[in-house]
Each structure stands twice: as C-alpha cells, then as structure tokens.
Ligand binder design. Structure first.
Ligand SMILES: NC(=O)c1ccc[n+]([C@@H]2O[C@H](COP(=O)([O-])OP(=O)(O)OC[C@H]3O[C@@H](n4cnc5c(N)ncnc54)[C@H](O)[C@@H]3O)[C@@H](O)[C@H]2O)c1
Length: 251
C-alpha cells in the first residue's frame, strides 16, 4: 500500500499508460480520479476498480479546457477531501508524424494544446489544493522524444520538450512548499496510441532493434516509475526526468 491515504487525478487515465497508472494507484491504496475524454473506457475502468475493492471515479476532462480542470479539481476535493497527486498522461500523437516542412500550423496547435497546454493547466490547478495539504507530487508524462529528435514528428517532439523543461521550472517554483514536479520519459510502449504504428512489422522490428533490452515496453513498465514518483519514497526527488526506455537513449 505505497499510496495509502493519497488522492490522485490521472489525466488520460482511461487508456494505455494512464489506465495502468489508475489501476496500479488503486491497488496501492490511492483514491483515484480517472480523468479523460473517453467516457466509455473511463466508466469501465471505474467499475473494474470499484468491483475489485478499490476506490475510483471517472470524471470527464478535456485537458485543454481550463474550466474543466477547475471543475475536476473542485469535484475531487469535494469527494475525497484533498489532492495529493496529479499525473498528466493525456496526450496525442501527430497524425502521419510529419517532418517540419510538412507539419501544418493547425496540426501543430492541436498537438501543443493537448500535450503542452494540457500539462500546464493540470499543474496550474493542482498547486493551490496541494498547497493546502502542505505538499504533493505532480508527474508529467513527456517522452524520450522530449529529449532527442527523430525522423518522424515535429509538433510531438516540441510538445514533449516543453513538458520536460516546464516540469523543471515548476519544480523550482514550488519546491519550498513541498510540491514536487517530475517528468517521465517513456520509450517505445505498446498502447492504443502506438497500436497502428507498432503493428507494422517494419516499424516494430526497427523500434525493438533500437532498444537494447530487446522488447517493446508495456504500460506497467511506465506505471511503476510513476508510482515511485507519486509515493513518499521519492520525497527527495524533484525536477528530475525519469527515462524508462529499455536503454534506447543511453546509446
Ligand atoms: N506509447 C508510447 O510509446 C509513448 C511513448 C512516450 C510517451 N508517451 C506518452 O504517454 C502518454 C500516454 O500515452 P499512451 O501511449 O498511453 O496513449 P493512449 O492513447 O493509450 O492514452 C492517451 C489517453 O489520453 C486521452 N486523451 C487524449 N486527448 C485528451 C484530452 N484532450 N483530454 C483528456 N484526455 C485526452 C485519450 O482518450 C486516452 O485515454 C501520452 O502523453 C504519450 O504522449 C507514450
């Protein structure tokens, strides 16, 4: 029960890395708000967790809408009394992963809105409630593509780089209030987001080939790192970037 007594919001909590995090957090004793735009999946995970004896509730949240962040934080506190942990996992990839000259401005804005602004708003609205409880932990899901470049993708890299540095700035700004902010950088992970790409044998083989540990990641590989950062075991960790990529960016 590494999160016993803690209250957490997981954006993007209805699928992939966010789903694995919601389930693991509930298993570890947290009360979890699954916040997503996928009502069907969110409700199903809420049922699964509560039927298994855990505590979770689904809330509709489009992370790009500031008023919804305000409402979901307020509803979380009304229901569970406080807010200790926010995981910003909601994210989208850019269709076709275009290189810079082929990236449309509208496509750029759409990716930045969810992946960068959505994380900023999550941090912004977590801070006041965490301050009231004397501290908290915010975990922002970036990517190895927030640290290094690649042939495919432009806005995605920019958005994940923004998450990386923004997390460090927020970590410095709120450290003296006991609010920790860290980023997590997954490598290639099999989730609904990557299903289309990873089911192409050429891409799959290339990505596994680039990964020294020789396999794709699974959502739980990332969720265990997020769990560590959410728990008090990481109480001396802030402004750091946890890379979980099977060794991909170590070479
Ligand atoms: N899968 C990978 O290989 C990989 C690698 C590095 C980083 N990441 C990052 O991990 C995070 C989770 O990705 P995943 O692979 O689990 O993908 P996923 O598609 O399985 O999950 C993303 C979730 O975010 C939700 N979402 C999308 N737009 C939203 C919005 N505007 N408001 C609220 N929720 C929204 C979706 O409904 C979905 O439930 C993302 O930030 C992604 O960029 C994934």
């Amino acid at each position: 029960m590494r999160l016993e007594g803690k209250v957490a919001i997981v954006s993007g909590g209805a699928s992939g890395i966010g789903e694995a995090t919601s389930r693991l957090f509930a298993d570890e004793g947290a009360r979890v708000v699954i916040a997503d735009v996928n009502d069907e999946l969110g409700a199903a995970i809420e049922s699964d967790i509560t039927n298994g004896g855990g505590e979770a509730v689904y809330q509709r949240l489009d992370v790009t809408e500031e008023v919804r962040w305000e409402a979901v934080v307020a509803e979380t506190v009304a229901r569970f009394g406080k807010l200790d942990v926010v995981v910003n996992s909601a994210g989208i990839s850019a269709p076709g992963r275009p290189p810079a000259e082929e990236q449309t401005a509208n496509g750029w804005d759409a990716v930045m809105a969810v992946n960068a602004k959505g994380v900023f708003l999550g941090v912004k609205h977590a801070i006041p409630e965490m301050r009231k409880s004397g501290g908290g932990s915010i975990i922002n899901i970036s990517s190895i593509y927030g640290n290094v470049g690649s042939k495919g993708g432009t806005a995605y890299h920019a958005s994940k780089g923004a998450v990386r540095t923004f997390s460090k700035a927020a970590a410095i700004q709120y450290a003296d209030e006991g609010i920790r902010v860290n980023s997590v950088h997954p490598g290639f992970v099999d989730t609904p987001m990557t299903l289309g790409l990873h089911s192409q044998p050429g891409v799959r083989d290339e990505r596994v080939g680039k990964t020294p540990l020789g396999r794709m990641g699974v959502p739980e590989d990332i969720a265990y790192g997020i769990l560590y950062l959410a728990s008090d075991e990481s109480s001396f960790v802030t402004g750091s970037e946890l890379v979980i990529d099977g060794g991909m960016t170590a070479q």
